[in-house]
Every structure is written in structure tokens, then in C-alpha cells.
Design a binder for this molecule. Structure first.
Ligand SMILES: NC(=O)c1ccc[n+]([C@@H]2O[C@H](COP(=O)([O-])OP(=O)(O)OC[C@H]3O[C@@H](n4cnc5c(N)ncnc54)[C@H](OP(=O)(O)O)[C@@H]3O)[C@@H](O)[C@H]2O)c1
Length: 325
């Protein structure tokens, strides 16, 4: 499809208030890739990191259109197995980092990174669908591949007052698990209860000494609190490290012999490997349980700079989404 499209294309550190949409060429279809008419996308913490500093790293293509996920309709399937008009979602695999992402009216996506949205979920509005792919896939993978969560489990979600946290609380509650959620701010307690937390704990950094205990623990603050979270597991428990809200990315002087309690397990989850099978399962679960994504704010695409400014400022709860209708 010849012509130009509006997009946010950046080459250096970019604050939301400075971001400007520009006209760039609509990408041409190439073997193994399909052109998607974008209908919506959610903003992610990792995109904030990209705009703040990661953009300077050598492995980031420049200029780059950010955006690690999105939803839309196949416009030109090229030589892929997709059919024009199919509703799809796409995420990760270098999207918005090594190839142009979703902050654009059109997106060229490798078929391996694109997944059909099953019929059961197709009735959801684009603003709800836009909040699902990355956040629900990460929650789903952490809970079921990482933690092997079962209805009989008590789950601890540490750092639950973020988009991913609310989603894991919501899914685990729908499954029937007992959920203990932690937050660092009193003002988020009621919201976490609304999403299904049975107990909400104000996190002072030491949950294990306070006697918090669970079969499974999802660590969203990351290495900063991981050691303490491991101390909250009952024998046979599993901890999955998925987030880095604490701003510390790696473990320093961690002694796995003493650090991981006897009979307990430590794993991690990286949202880079979605499959159609898993996306089908999670969309079906969302539809079956009538789960509504926690949308913090929804912006039309021409107000993307305002959406990014809100992301910069913080203080929002849930997922910021951008739509094109
Ligand atoms: N492993 C993976 O593949 C994967 C995939 C997706 C996301 N993640 C990670 O999961 C985490 C959540 O992602 P997200 O997209 O859901 O983030 P998000 O919704 O953008 O949440 C960020 C917000 O979390 C709040 N927050 C809650 N507890 C916090 C704490 N202890 N310290 C600092 N901030 C806290 C902050 O708001 P307030 O300051 O207002 O409280 C912050 O603005 C991030 O670390 C992200 O990198 C990992």
C-alpha cells in the first residue's frame, strides 16, 4: 500500500510532552510479514524505559517507532497464511525495538508474532482488546507456566498495584485461588480488593518477618525484594520473578543454597514467546469469566503525546490505551 501514515518515530530520549507525530511511509509488505491496520495498543512500562534511556543502546534500531504490542486487522497478508480482515494481536519479539512497533496507523508484522483473536473475544471493543495482549499474556504465563497455579493455591502478588498486578489478581481470583496482594500505597488497597484480592498488605519491605505465607508468589518488584518473597513460601512453593518495579535488575551476592528455601522453587517469566495456543486459551478465559481489563485512560491516536505524558507523570492505575476510532 503506497502512501504515508502518521506515526511516532524517535531517535533519542523523548519525554511525552516533547513527542510529535509525523508523516512516514507506510511500510511495504515483504516475505513472511503482513501489513496490519492498527486499531489500538496499550502502553507498557518497558516503552517508558525505551523513551527514557534504552533508546541510546546499540541494539535499538534508530529511528524506531516504539510499541511492543497492538491489535488491528490484517490489511495485506502478503505470502502469510493470514486472511485480509482478520482481527489480530501482535507482541514482542523485537517489536518496537529492532523493528517498527505499534505507535503508528499501520504496522508491518512478522507472521510469527501475529495471533488471531478468537471469535469468543472479537465482540470486545478495541479499547478493551488493546489492553490485553502483552499484559494478559505475561500474567497468564507467569501464573500457569511459571507458577502452575491451581484453584487450591494461595497466591502472593508482590507489587500488585500496576497494570500487570491487577491482571494477575483478576485471573487468579477468577480461577478460585486465594489472593494476597501487596502495594506500596494505601490509596490502592480498595482497587486491589475490587479486582479480587482477598487480603491486601501494605509492603514495608519485610513480608516474611510479618508472617505472610503462600504456596505461590509472583514477584513484580524484582530483585530488590526477591529474597524476602522467597521467605514467604510454604514448603513446596514456587516463586516466579516477572517484574522490575523496584528498579533493580539483577541479584547481587545471592546465595542460592541458603537463599532458596529447601523444597521451594524459583523461576522467571519472559513474555517473548507467545503462541496461538496460549493466546486462544487466555482470550477464551477472559470471555468465559467476563473479565474487563483495567483501563486507566483511553486516548485517540492523535493524542498519543498526552497519553505518553500521563505515563511519564505516573500516578495512574491500570493500562493506558490508545485507539484509532
Ligand atoms: N517479564 C516480562 O516479560 C514482563 C512483561 C511485562 C511487564 N513486565 C514488568 O512488570 C512490571 C509491571 O509492568 P506494567 O506494564 O504493568 O507496569 P505499569 O502498569 O506501567 O506500572 C508502573 C506503575 O507501577 C506502580 N508501582 C506499584 N508498585 C510499585 C513499586 N513497588 N515500586 C514502584 N512502582 C510501583 C507505579 O505507580 P505508583 O508510583 O503510582 O504507585 C508505577 O507507575 C514492570 O516492572 C515491567 O517491566 C515484565
Amino acid at each position: 500500500m503506497a502512501g504515508t501514515m502518521r506515526a511516532l518515530s524517535i531517535s533519542g530520549v523523548t519525554r511525552g510532552g516533547e513527542a510529535k507525530l509525523s508523516e512516514v511511509p507506510i511500510p511495504a509488505v515483504k516475505p513472511g510479514w503482513a501489513l496490519v491496520r492498527m486499531r489500538g495498543f496499550g502502553l507498557n512500562h518497558s516503552e517508558l524505559e525505551l523513551r527514557r534511556s534504552e533508546i541510546c543502546a546499540d541494539y535499538i534500531k534508530k529511528p524506531i517507532i516504539p510499541g511492543i504490542e497492538g491489535v488491528g486487522e490484517v490489511a495485506e497478508p502478503g505470502d502469510t497464511d493470514f486472511v485480509a480482515g482478520t482481527k489480530v494481536c501482535m507482541l514482542m519479539g523485537g517489536m518496537g525495538r529492532s523493528w517498527d512497533g505499534s505507535y503508528a496507523e499501520w504496522c508491518l508484522v512478522p507472521a510469527t508474532r501475529m495471533f488471531r483473536i478468537p471469535d469468543a473475544a472479537c465482540e470486545l471493543p478495541w479499547s478493551a482488546l488493546a489492553a490485553i495482549p502483552e499484559t494478559y499474556y505475561t500474567a497468564w504465563g507467569s501464573l500457569f507456566e511459571g507458577l502452575r497455579l491451581e484453584a487450591s493455591d494461595t497466591l502472593l502478588v508482590r507489587g500488585a498495584s500496576c497494570g500487570l498486578g491487577y491482571t494477575t489478581v483478576q485471573i487468579a481470583h477468577a480461577l478460585g485461588s486465594r489472593v494476597i496482594a501487596t502495594t506500596h500505597r494505601n490509596k490502592y488497597v480498595e482497587e486491589l480488593r475490587r479486582f479480587g484480592a482477598d487480603e491486601v498488605v501494605l509492603d514495608d519491605g519485610s513480608l516474611s518477618r510479618a508472617g505472610v505465607r503462600a504456596h505461590k508468589a509472583l514477584e513484580l518488584i524484582g530483585p530488590r525484594t526477591l529474597q524476602d518473597t522467597l521467605g514467604c513460601l510454604w514448603h513446596g512453593g514456587i516463586c516466579c520473578d516477572t517484574g522490575i518495579l523496584g528498579g533493580v535488575f539483577t541479584l547481587d551476592r545471592f546465595d542460592p543454597i541458603k537463599g532458596i528455601p529447601n523444597g521451594c522453587y524459583l523461576t522467571g517469566f519472559f513474555s517473548n514467546y507467545p503462541t496461538q495456543e496460549v493466546m486462544d486459551a487466555l482470550f477464551a478465559f477472559v470471555a468465559k469469566h467476563g473479565l474487563e481489563p483495567f483501563v486507566a485512560a483511553s486516548f485517540p491516536f492523535d493524542r498519543l503525546p498526552d497519553a505518553l505524558a500521563l505515563q511519564d507523570d505516573g500516578g495512574f492505575q491500570g493500562k493506558i490505551v490508545v485507539t484509532f476510532d
